[in-house]
Structure formats: C-alpha cells, structure tokens
Design a protein around this ligand. Structure first.
Ligand code: GLA
Length: 385
C-alpha cells in the first residue's frame, strides 16, 4: 500500500514537471519567429469588411505570399457591434459571421486575427472588452480566431493599470485553451519592452502609429536602437505594420522600410491591398533572402554599429554565423558608404552577397564599399571563413 502511494506521488510530480516544462514552450512556439501576415488598418481603416478579408486571403495565396511565409489575415478596428442580452460581443453588419470568415481563411491554410481594446471603447470608438474579457476571449476561440491585437486607446492610466489589463486578457485567452497570438498595442508607453513578455505579449508596439511617408517610417525604424535585448523567440518588439505598396514612398524608400524591419526582426504585417500589387511590391514582400533575415531562427534583433550624420550601418547576427548588414543613406543624394569589418566583428576574408540583387559580390577583406541611393539601402550578407 505504501509503495502504491509513493508511486502515485512520483507520477504526480512527473506530471507537474512535464506540464511546467511544456507550457512556456507552447507559448514560445506561437511566435518562435516574428509573426508574418496582413492587417486591414493601414490601407482600408474603417472600410474593412468581410468581403475585403476574403479577397485579401485569396490574394495572399495567389501572390505567393503564403508560400513565402505570411500566414495571418488580421481584422483591425471597426468590426464590432453592441453586445447581445447575454453580453456577447456581436460583429457589425460589415462582418456578420466571423466564424464563417475564419472557416474560409482556414480553408486557405491561413489564420485569422482580430482586434479589441482593454477599455470601454476601441480607438475608433467601437465596443471594447472592459468587464467582458473572458467572454470575449471565449467568443474569439469559438469563432476560430488565432491572433488578437489588444489596443490600449485610453489616456491617464498608470503602467500598473496597463499591466493588469493585459494580464487579465492573457489569462482569459489562456483559459480558452486555444493558441492565440497576443499582440500588445499601447505605443511603447511605460517602456513596454521591459515588461511586455511578462504579461503574455508575443509582440508589443514600441511606437505611435506609422504613416506612409519616409519621415515617419525612418523616425520609427531608426529609432529602435536599444530595444534589441528585449526581443527573442516568442516575444518581439513591434515598430508597427508595413506601409510597403501603399504609395506614399518611392521604391528606394520602401526598400529601406522593408530592409530595416527585417534587420529589426520585426513582425511583418503587410498593410497594403494585396489584390492590387505592382510587381515591384510583390517581389519585395516575397523576397526569400530578405525574409530569411527577419525569420532567422536565432531571433536576434539588429542594431546600429555606425550612426554618422545621414549614414547608418546596422547589423544582425544570423544563426549560421553570418552577419547581415544594412548600409542606409538617410540623405536625399546618393553617396558612397563603407562597412568596416572591424565594426561587425569579422576578421580575415569574407564572402559577400547582395540580398536585393540576389547576387554574390565576391570575397573581401577589411571593408566593403557601396554606392547607396538617397533614402536607400544596400543589404548584404557577410560570411567570414
Ligand atoms: C490605433 C492603433 C492602430 C489602429 C487604430 C485603430 O491608432 O495604433 O494601429 O489599430 O488604433 O483604431
């Protein structure tokens, strides 16, 4: 009898240890590399509806983006209606049946994301989740939602309030038993990078909203230095969604935008109309060698090694021991730039490949020089012997 009890205790201990070991790993595997997908806000804002979502899912497959690794189709603000008599959140007339939409998106091999706020109202003034966190999380799970952007949209509240609100939704999502990526959006308030992971965030916005112009994009992108030690598999800094293809920047500027976001190991949420892409935009969003920089298994966020006037050199260490380097020229005129190997820890000879030209450039010692267009970038992968 005593042995039987002992055996039960040993089995219980093994079970508890296994549970403890498996749960963080499961959360991590939700966003082991930065999430990739599309979000409705930057292009469609309040005009998004169910038909748009279906069209974007179709286009994500047809354009080759799905094959390149994009998976989330995310509905942003303005889908919400009032609650029913039991307090369940209802989709408005633009959406009606989110479960049917999720089935459609899942049928394409993609995943569906949704949006809410911890306060009484969302940023666009629609119904928020305050006081209904568990109920809303359960609705999302019942519908088949895979990703939640939880957007603060409140003023005059303390960092402790924010932590409590995000923890509440983290727990509510967990209780549903459905894996749902948790995207924090509170614009970097209270140094969220220091605590975003501890309240369950798989990603957290580090800044205010991006706009489709070079100044806004460059201010955000080049301003990410210093946050790199907080990013890693399962939890990422989010410098906001992509504007690539929306028309407010020229080709060099969009190449800078995309290169920088990939060097930053940023979540890649396309923000354009995928059903109407130019070949240039499509090639950019599906460039495998550049996407591999963002999605590298090591999960290191890149950082600057040189910031001199308008010239910035950023590097990102890669899992295979190579280093990806972006030479960014923030002035309007083309100029010659140099990466010194001593700045990126490379000694001896190294092979260099241009990731936008998809071309081996040869072997180099000590440094590499390139002409960089105004507002442009040269992105290279450097592999020492
Ligand atoms: C905030 C967010 C945006 C978008 C809008 C929607 O501004 O930062 O990304 O979600 O709200 O209202």
């Amino acid at each position: 009898m005593r042995y039987k009890n002992l055996l039960l205790v040993v089995l219980a201990v093994i079970f508890c240890l296994a549970m403890a070991a498996s749960s963080p790993a499961q959360e991590k595997s939700l966003a082991a590399t930065p999430p990739m997908g599309w979000n409705s806000w930057n292009h469609f804002a309040e005009k998004v509806d169910a038909r748009t979502i279906r069209e974007q899912a179709d286009a994500m497959v047809a354009s080759g983006m799905k094959d390149a690794g994009y998976v989330y189709i995310n509905i942003d603000d303005t889908w919400e209606d009032k609650r029913d008599a039991q307090g369940n959140i209802q989709p408005n007339e633009k959406f009606r049946d989110i479960k049917a939409l999720a089935d459609y998106v899942h049928g394409k091999g993609l995943k569906l994301g949704i949006y809410s706020s911890p306060g009484p109202k969302t940023c666009a003034g629609f119904e928020g989740s305050l006081g209904h966190e568990e109920q809303d999380a359960q609705s999302y799970a019942n519908w088949g939602i895979d990703y939640l952007k939880y957007d603060w949209c409140q003023s005059n509240r303390s960092v402790e309030d924010m932590k409590a609100a995000y923890t509440k939704m983290r727990d509510a999502l967990k209780k549903t038993g459905r894996p749902i990526v948790f995207s924090l959006c509170q614009y970097g308030l209270g140094n969220v990078w220091e605590w975003g992971a501890s309240v369950g965030g798989n990603l957290w916005r580090t800044t205010g909203d991006i706009e489709d112009n070079y100044e806004s994009m460059a201010k955000i992108g080049f301003g990410q230095s210093g946050h790199e030690k907080y990013a890693g598999p399962g939890h990422w800094n989010d410098p906001d969604m992509l504007e690539v293809g929306n028309g407010g920047m020229n080709e060099d500027e969009y190449r800078t935008h995309f290169s920088l976001w990939c060097l930053l190991a940023a979540p890649l949420m396309a923000g354009n109309d995928l059903s109407k892409m130019t070949p240039y935009t499509q090639d950019m969003l599906t460039n495998r060698e550049v996407l591999a920089v963002d999605q590298d298994a090591l999960g290191k966020q890149g950082y600057p090694v040189v910031q001199e006037g308008p010239f910035e050199v950023w590097m990102k260490p890669m899992a295979d021991g190579s280093t990806v380097v972006g030479l960014f020229n923030r002035s309007k005129e083309a100029d010659k730039m140099t990466v010194n190997f001593s700045h990126i820890g490379v000694t001896g000879e190294a092979a260099i490949r241009d990731l936008w030209l998809k071309k081996d450039l040869g072997r180099f010692r000590e440094k590499y020089n390139a002409y960089v267009p105004g507002h442009g970038v040269v992105l290279v992968r450097i592999k020492a012997n």
